[in-house]
Design a protein around this ligand. Structure first.
Ligand code: GLN
Length: 488
């Protein structure tokens, strides 16, 4: 029955509903598989086997009694460890929160449980979601299931690795500057960053809240549409959550992209883009053309400034958001006899945070300080507006905009981790969508030397329907991911 875990959520739900597969058996197999291969991949920080099996039994009983079940009907979901889960420790991959057990669920977690999704564990990530490789984790790096010596991308690397190695059927990630799409691309998963405000951020531990969204990481576009339909809902607990009627994104799983206008963003193929990535993405564009879409190249001039403005805004927000970790009420605390709160505070933060997090707090504090605010933070905000306008203008001519998700193939563990600028450069194609607040999807489009390449598609705000339609058509007509490699 080990085939069960390789199936998509759609296929598993079908079998469960037809009573061909018991939820308990399927969830047990997921954990068996985890026991077999997790040692090599390290996708998880915390596993929740007991509660998952209990929930599985409850759902099986519901099915036996003929009661209505939710849309996720027993599917095993991995949750990134910066999304709060009541009673389950939520660490942000940081020593600071190593023993933090949230007293409440993030709204997305409640929505998933309402639909009978089963949480099987919390996934590894870069500390506080700061990074692009999942190497900046207090708990050690995650390995790419396609090549264990390489990174899975980040910061939601554990979620993508878990889904692609079939240690989870669905996963949630968060994306501040590419963190859903980057690991999706590096692991050959589908990853969608929703429009800012579509999915509640209540219970997402903040890194840079004006940029980030929670979104699905899945094996295919169908599962992505299903999970998005479950989590995209208005939430009064998040003041940036948009009040619009709930949509069923599975309605857009339609194989028809005739006359869709694709704009190919020249700047996303700039310096530093590897030839194999460029080729893989252009081959995919030609395939979309075969399906009836039209394409044309377009230049978005201000994207040249997106990376520096992203990093200034993200670090500034981080310096403010992370000020709350003083170790007094919760979080890492070193026994200290001093009554000088400043000394206590300092020690807790010095040893509670990792190197990259501290670097960003310092840089962000600098960018916000008197005398530098105008020169850095304010300027970055102005560029952000120009970038948003570039996109608005481009969307008058094109339905969607396209580029690579990542400029490079998955790199080796240790290759970039000591060179922060090189690491930041990897985010060059991902950050524009966050600055503009628009939805963006990464779809596996090809392989080079056994390593995955992702195609990135961006749409106007709240046009996730287009991303799903195009992604679905692409996957239906050009399936590239037939069999998982290496980890059966
Ligand atoms: N790699 C980017 C950063 O380090 C994006 C991270 C994210 O999206 N959470 O900031």
């Amino acid at each position: 029955m080990s085939y069960c875990v390789e199936l998509s959520a759609y296929e598993i739900i079908k079998k469960i509903k037809a009573q061909e597969l018991k939820v308990v058996d399927y969830i047990s197999y997921l954990f068996e598989r985890i026991k077999r291969i997790e040692r090599e991949i390290h996708a998880y920080i915390t596993l929740t086997e007991d509660s998952a099996l209990k929930k599985a039994q409850d759902i099986d009983k519901k099915i036996e009694r003929g009661e209505r079940t939710g849309r996720l009907c027993g599917v095993g979901i991995a949750i990134k460890d910066n999304i709060c889960t009541k009673g389950i420790r939520t660490t942000c991959a940081s020593r600071m929160l190593e023993n933090f057990i949230p007293p409440y669920n993030a709204t997305v977690v409640n929505l998933i449980e309402d639909e009978d999704g089963i949480i099987i564990g919390k996934t590894n990530m870069d500390e506080f979601a700061m990074g692009s490789s999942t190497e900046h984790s207090y708990f050690g790096p995650t390995h790419n299931p396609w090549d264990l010596e390489r990174v899975p991308g980040g910061s939601s690397g554990g979620s993508a690795a878990a889904v692609i190695s079939s240690m989870a059927t669905l996963a949630l990630g968060s994306d501040t500057g590419g963190s859903i799409r980057c690991p999706a691309s590096f692991c050959s998963a589908v990853g969608l960053k929703p429009t800012y405000g579509l999915v509640s951020r209540f219970g997402l531990i903040a890194y840079a809240n004006s940029l980030e969204q929670i979104g699905p990481i899945t094996k295919d576009v169908r599962d992505c549409a299903l999970l998005l339909s479950c989590i995209a809902d208005h939430d009064p607990l998040d003041s940036t959550s948009v009040n619009k009627p709930k949509e069923d994104y599975t309605n857009y799983l339609v194989d028809d992209i005739k006359n869709i206008k694709l704009g190919i963003i020249k700047e996303l193929f700039g310096e530093g883009t590897q030839d194999s990535v460029e080729k893989g993405v252009w081959d995919a564009i030609k395939k979309l053309e075969q399906l009836g879409a039209d394409y044309q190249e377009i230049s978005l001039k201000n994207l040249d400034y997106s990376l520096p403005s992203y990093y200034i805004i993200a670090m500034s927000e981080a310096s403010s958001n992370l000020a709350r970790y003083d170790g007094l009420r919760y979080g890492y605390r070193i026994p200290n006899k001093s009554y000088d709160w400043n000394a206590v505070y300092l020690k807790n933060r010095r040893f509670g945070f990792g190197f990259e997090v501290k670097r960003r707090i310092i840089l962000g504090t600098f960018a916000l300080s008197a005398g530098y605010y105008d020169e850095y933070y304010l300027k970055a905000q102005k560029i952000r507006t120009l970038i948003r306008r570039d996109f608005e203008t481009a969307f008058k001519r094109f339905d969607v905009l396209i580029g690579p998700t990542m400029p490079v193939l998955p790199f080796r563990i240790g290759e970039k981790v000591n060179d922060p600028l090189e690491m930041y450069m990897c985010d060059i194609d991902g950050v524009p969508a966050n600055l503009a607040g628009i939805p963006s999807i990464s779809i596996p489009c090809s392989f080079s030397n056994g390593l995955p390449i992702g195609l990135q598609i961006m749409a106007p705000p709240f046009r996730e329907d287009l991303l799903i339609r195009i992604g679905f058509s692409f996957q239906k007509n050009f399936p590239i991911l037939k069999k998982l490699g290496g980890h059966e």
